[in-house]
Structures are given as structure tokens and as C-alpha cells.
Design a protein around this ligand. Structure first.
Ligand code: FAD
Length: 390
């Protein structure tokens, strides 16, 4: 198994984590990415203890401790009054409770640390400018063709190519992702743009509203505020992280929100206000076909209302590498991987849909700890992909 030629399609957070996890267990990987340059969008990402466990298991603990933020507290806020409805301790507590920290990080910082680690292990591992076009497999190998004319043969292919996965389309048919009726605006606001004395307290919070919700937290040592603001809205359905929006459009949408929100929305740099339409897919009854399987959003895209999309891709990656180390054949490895992962990710896909109603169902006035059935309440933090049975 150690000589298995493993091809990963997509160098997002899922693909790179899989690459690194497999390298750490002694496998050689080749990662093919369509983009000409490596990179991630300017936005934040929450790494709950389940994801932190995975990243620590592949050696990124010290980098995370240096670059990620660890909020002391996390709150749920009322959209109109700004009042704290629920206040939770974070800080040292997640490590005590779950064995790993609760972090928030700039996506580009995580992506960069993964890419550097993969390239440090093998400078030839990542192939940019390779758009996956198609594959054919037989009982021994898989042949892959790229848009630039390149062809490679491997023993196994893992599609880590995101919600619009072409690998998934080739395995299970071409079904376009479905628009969910939600638009999200995301922004990164340098703290110096906020009015003097304006405080972000606590450092991490979600706000519940009526057909609207928001998450906001500080990253990069408290120098930047990351937010993502959701609105239920139809008429615009572009699934892309790079569509610009006017700050005025965002302010109009959140007009009845408390000034403690509108102040930082208004401070978004003009060229850094983006919006995109949130899409979803139903869970797949099976991921693997022969020597090809899926990982991350390609396998189980989910709504962002539990903040578990990247975290579950990171979990997949570590479990995949463990499955390859334990198995005696590619078929056994992929079976162990899918059996260990599909039920949990299907559950989180469905729970992420249900979370929309909790956050945007107009419940702010009566929202108490009892209503706060978030990802921690669902038990998602207590999963450790580095030790779970595979
Ligand atoms: C508003 C919002 C907030 C979120 N917040 C969080 C959060 O706080 N915590 C969290 O855990 N998750 C969060 N998520 C989810 C998270 O962003 C995604 O689940 C995660 O980025 C998926 O990673 P991935 O590597 O599977 O896919 P992607 O990030 O989509 O990466 C896919 C890669 O494959 C490449 N690719 C695509 N097609 C091809 C092809 N044909 N050939 C070659 N390469 C290809 C792409 O260029 C890309 O590099 C959020 C999502 C949204 C929408």
C-alpha cells in the first residue's frame, strides 16, 4: 500500500489537508488544482475542537497556536437590540472538555500553512493549472485527463474539488447544486477602520434575526473583524466567492439591525465587500465507485449555519489517511474511509439545514440557552478523527 499512487483533485482546504495527512503516513500524493496560483479567499473560518484535533494530528498544532485566535467567550446576540442572549465560555474550556482548542483563523493563513507543509514534504506534490476533465478506471488503475492536455495514471483518485465537483458528476451524474434562498455577504474589516472606542465584545458572536443572521469574530490577533451576514432572499443565485457587492446594498439589507452591527458593516472597505448565493445538495447514498471517492464539499456540501463545512473536510482527510495506512488494498481503504465518515457528515448536512430556522426564524425575542441547540449542543465537538474507529 505504501507505493499506492494517490491522485487528489483540488487544492482547497480539504484537498491539501488530505495531501498532508497522507504524506504524514508515508504516502506519496499528487494534488491537481485548476487555479494557476494557490490561494484562499479573504474570510475567516472557525475550527472547532473536532477540526483542531485533526490538524494537530498532522503536525500543525504549533502553527495554529501562533496564527489562529482563541476567543475567550462566544455569545448569541439579539439583532435589533444587540443584547447578549447567550454567553458561553471558550478560552481554555474546549481544551479541557474536548482535548483540543476552539480557534478562529483567516482562511488564507490555514490554506498557506497546509500548502507549505505539503510542499516541504514533497516540492513536486502540487500541480497548478490542471483542470480535471475526466477519468476512466479499470480494476487496477485510474487514468485522469486534464484540460491542459496532461494525462496521469494512478491507483486511486479522490475528488476534493468542492461543491461543483466534476469528479462527483462523473461518478454519480451531473446534478447542479440547488439554490437555498440564502445570500451571504462576507467581509473583513481592519480594526483601524472602526470609530475610536468602538468595541467588539465578546470577540466571537452569532446574531439571531428575522430571515437574517450574522456571525462575526476577530482574527489575526484582534486586528481584523471577520463577518458573514445571511439574508433569505431570492432573485440572485450566483454561487461564487468573488462577486463584489456595494456596502450600501448590505446596509440596506440590515437596516433594522442594531448600530453595533451596522457600524462595522459600514466600515467594510469598498473593494472588499463580497456576496454569494448559498447552494446545497442532498446527501449522497454512496461516495465511492471503484478506485475513486470524494472528500469535503465534493462529498457532502452543507449550509454554513453550523460552521462545519471545512471542519468536516479536515476530518475526512485524517480518517482517509488512517484508512489507507490500515488497509491492505485500495478497495478496503476506501470502504473503511466511507464507512467511518458518511453517517456523520450526512447527519451534519441535515443538522446544518435545521440550524437556519434557529438562527433566522425570528426567535430573537424569546431566545434563551434552551433554544441554543448549536453545533456544540449536537455533540459535534467531541469527535476526534485521529482516534475514531476506522
Ligand atoms: C459563508 C460560509 C461560511 C463558512 N464558514 C465555515 C466555518 O466557519 N467553518 C467551517 O468549517 N466551514 C465553513 N464553511 C464551509 C467551508 O468554507 C467549505 O466547506 C470548505 O471550504 C470546503 O473545502 P473543500 O476543500 O472541500 O472545497 P473548496 O474550498 O471548494 O476547494 C475545492 C478546490 O478544488 C478546485 N477545483 C474545483 N474544480 C476543479 C477541477 N475541475 N479541477 C481541478 N481543481 C478543481 C478549486 O479551485 C478549489 O481549490 C463556510 C462556508 C460558507 C459558504
Amino acid at each position: 500500500m505504501q507505493n499506492t499512487r494517490i491522485i487528489l483533485i483540488g487544492a482547497g482546504i480539504g484537498g491539501l489537508t488530505a495531501g498532508l495527512a497522507l504524506q504524514r503516513r508515508g504516502f506519496k500524493v499528487s494534488v491537481y488544482e485548476q487555479a494557476a496560483q494557490l490561494g484562499e479567499v479573504g474570510a475567516g473560518l472557525t475550527l472547532s475542537p473536532n477540526a483542531t484535533h485533526a490538524l494537530e494530528a498532522i503536525g500543525l498544532g504549533p502553527d495554529l497556536a501562533k496564527l489562529a485566535s482563541r476567543p475567550a467567550r462566544q455569545a448569541v446576540l439579539h439583532y435589533r437590540t444587540g443584547d447578549v442572549l447567550v454567553d458561553q465560555e471558550r478560552g481554555d474550556l474546549p481544551k479541557k472538555q474536548y482535548g483540543a482548542d476552539y480557534y478562529q483563523i483567516h482562511r488564507a493563513d490555514l490554506h498557506d500553512m497546509l500548502a507549505r507543509a505539503v510542499q516541504a514534504n514533497d516540492p513536486t506534490a502540487i500541480h497548478l493549472g490542471h483542470t480535471f476533465l475526466g477519468l476512466t478506471q479499470n480494476s487496477d488503475t485510474v487514468d485522469v485527463v486534464f484540460k491542459n492536455g496532461a494525462r496521469v495514471t494512478g491507483d486511486v483518485v479522490i475528488g476534493c474539488d468542492g461543491i461543483k465537483s466534476e469528479v462527483r458528476a462523473q461518478l454519480w451524474g451531473r446534478v447542479p447544486p440547488r439554490f437555498t434562498g440564502n445570500i451571504a455577504w462576507r467581509g473583513l474589516v481592519p480594526m483601524y477602520r472602526l470609530p475610536p472606542g468602538f468595541k467588539i465584545e465578546p470577540a466571537s458572536a452569532a446574531a439571531v434575526g428575522h430571515k437574517h443572521s450574522m456571525a462575526r469574530y476577530l482574527i489575526r490577533n484582534g486586528t481584523m473583524l471577520n463577518y458573514v451576514a445571511f439574508a433569505e432572499k431570492s432573485g440572485w443565485e450566483t454561487e461564487s466567492w468573488s462577486v463584489r457587492s456595494e456596502v450600501s446594498e448590505l446596509l440596506e439589507e440590515f437596516d433594522d439591525w442594531h448600530p453595533s452591527f451596522k457600524t462595522f458593516l459600514a466600515a467594510t472597505p469598498k473593494d472588499l465587500c463580497f456576496k454569494w448565493a448559498i447552494h446545497d445538495r442532498d446527501p449522497l447514498p454512496q461516495w465511492t465507485k471503484g478506485r475513486v471517492s470524494l472528500l469535503g464539499d465534493a462529498a457532502h456540501p452543507m449550509l454554513p449555519f453550523l460552521g462545519m463545512g471545512a471542519a468536516t473536510g479536515i476530518e475526512d482527510a485524517v480518517v482517509l489517511a488512517r484508512a489507507f495506512q490500515q488497509a491492505k488494498s485500495v478497495a478496503e481503504a476506501l470502504l473503511r474511509y466511507e464507512n467511518a465518515r458518511r453517517e456523520r457528515t450526512t447527519f451534519i448536512q441535515m443538522a446544518s439545514r435545521a440550524a437556519q430556522e434557529r438562527l433566522q426564524g425570528g426567535k430573537a425575542d424569546g431566545y434563551t440557552k434552551k433554544e441554543h441547540k448549536n453545533e456544540e449542543f449536537l455533540g459535534l465537538f467531541s469527535y476526534n478523527p485521529a482516534t475514531v474507529a476506522v
